[in-house]
Design a protein around this ligand. Sequence first.
Ligand code: FES
Length: 77
Amino acid sequence: MCHCRAVSDRSIRASIREGASTLEAVSDRTGAAQCCGGCEPMVAEILEDELEARTEPSSPKLTTLRPLRLLKDPRAA
Ligand code: FES
């Protein structure tokens, strides 16, 4: 990904998953985009992808709760 600093896309994704949420934060954590800047558009693209993935629900939501029907105790009648 970043040839100048030998930073892989995997490292960039990991930094985002660990809390980096801006290009500057990713750059500070990984060293990417701190030399020629040629990788910056790709780093920004990965950042956008990861942040979008973070906001998508990972599992279906429980939208409806149904009341429980309690069985009558035959001895109560
Ligand atoms: S390729 Fe990343 S700073 Fe040059």
